[in-house]
Design a protein around this ligand. Sequence first.
Ligand SMILES: *[C@@H]1O[C@H](CO)[C@@H](O)[C@H](O)[C@H]1NC(C)=O
Ligand SMILES: *[C@@H]1O[C@H](CO)[C@@H](O)[C@H](O)[C@H]1NC(C)=O
Ligand SMILES: *[C@@H]1O[C@H](CO)[C@@H](O)[C@H](O)[C@H]1NC(C)=O
Ligand SMILES: *[C@@H]1O[C@H](CO)[C@@H](O)[C@H](O)[C@H]1NC(C)=O
Ligand SMILES: *[C@@H]1O[C@H](CO)[C@@H](O)[C@H](O)[C@H]1NC(C)=O
Ligand SMILES: *[C@@H]1O[C@H](CO)[C@@H](O)[C@H](O)[C@H]1NC(C)=O
Ligand SMILES: *[C@@H]1O[C@H](CO)[C@@H](O)[C@H](O)[C@H]1NC(C)=O
Length: 335
Amino acid sequence: MAVVSSLRSVTMIAVAAFLLFAMPLAIALPSYTNNFSLPPGTGGPESIAFDRLGGGPYTGISDGRIVKHVPLRGFIDFAYTAQTRNKTFCDGRNATADATVGLICGRPVGIAFNSTGFLFICDAYLGLYVVGPSGGRATRLVSSAGGAAIRFCDGLDVDSNTGLVYFTDASSRYVLSNATQAILNGDRTGRLLSFNPRTGQVAVLARGLSGPGGVAVAKDSSYLLITEFVGGTVKKFFLTGPSANRIQTLLNNVPIASKIKRTVEGEFTFTETVAPFTHRALRINGDGTVLANVSLGGPYNNVSVVTGVQIFRGFTYVASLDANFIDPVSELGLA
Ligand SMILES: *[C@@H]1O[C@H](CO)[C@@H](O)[C@H](O)[C@H]1NC(C)=O
Ligand SMILES: *[C@@H]1O[C@H](CO)[C@@H](O)[C@H](O)[C@H]1NC(C)=O
Ligand SMILES: *[C@@H]1O[C@H](CO)[C@@H](O)[C@H](O)[C@H]1NC(C)=O
Ligand SMILES: *[C@@H]1O[C@H](CO)[C@@H](O)[C@H](O)[C@H]1NC(C)=O
Ligand SMILES: *[C@@H]1O[C@H](CO)[C@@H](O)[C@H](O)[C@H]1NC(C)=O
Ligand SMILES: *[C@@H]1O[C@H](CO)[C@@H](O)[C@H](O)[C@H]1NC(C)=O
Ligand SMILES: *[C@@H]1O[C@H](CO)[C@@H](O)[C@H](O)[C@H]1NC(C)=O
């Protein structure tokens, strides 16, 4: 009896110790549970945004719509870019791989709100657009810059201090549906652009970039970080100070780094694809110091092209070119 009960208490201690040490580990494992399904036949939530009231996520999808997630209703139509977009024809079509569909239906791949609730949109095939807080048909702002057409509008961010819009033309040679060829050929014809909503002026800030898919403005407006999906880099473009207009490479060897987002604290998050179907999420500071580097895991092991990651109110949201869902995760270990 005594032996049994002491065995029992040893077991209890072992169980308690196991729980004690296992708990933090269990908490650190990603728990994907929400799975917000995108509309039937669509996918590719390549860029994610939230409005001033915390509504969303909003995302641009493969058939050209920008949709908004509403609790209990799921994703609903919010806005579109192509001026004559026909829902019957376009809904469910895939513009990611088909430029002809893209020109008719649109393909929004970079979105961000300004501080008064206007949504700026990089449509990969059609250029830069804006739409008001209630959505609907967006207005085209820019389709060329520096005398050359914007062939592959891609990354976009709005400076909430100045209202200036920063965006990228990922390539002057390849469109979105030819992104694979851009990667295989090591394209270096991408550009960094800016748009001033007050004057309507567009400026070319940098050329010769290698697939600049993403851009994020520093909290103090003094620099931008750019991710290059062809070159696999994170670069810093200085906006002010003695290095203004210069570019510095912060990180090399970050395969398929596509979109980059700033956190409320002023750090930055993005993803890299280290092997097929194997994606990692990273958090860095403005000097390129890696603060977190974690596996995405979960359903994202089934997704071939992950394009970015962002933290919003304690949840991490993953962007991608081919997932048919957005699955917010609360314990990724990124924050
Ligand atoms: C659209 O095409 C892209 C590129 O071929 C593919 O990765 C994606 O899964 C397709 N999306 C849908 C919803 O079929
Ligand atoms: C929209 O597309 C459908 C299907 O292709 C077609 O039948 C219809 O006439 C189109 N509507 C307009 C207004 O173009
Ligand atoms: C937001 O964008 C709209 C549309 O361009 C513009 O009218 C408004 O002034 C912008 N807000 C800020 C704070 O820049
Ligand atoms: C783009 O892709 C299409 C279809 O795969 C192909 O015919 C075309 O040659 C490609 N263009 C370039 C510039 O690679
Ligand atoms: C993140 O970690 C992975 C796995 O250890 C490594 O392959 C990758 O180089 C790291 N990325 C960076 C930017 O440090
Ligand atoms: C991956 O996809 C397959 C086939 O669609 C599915 O059976 C499986 O459950 C998925 N796994 C995860 C982790 O989502
Ligand atoms: C999430 O929902 C989509 C659409 O209903 C489904 O295809 C996918 O397998 C689901 N993923 C997970 C991880 O449950």
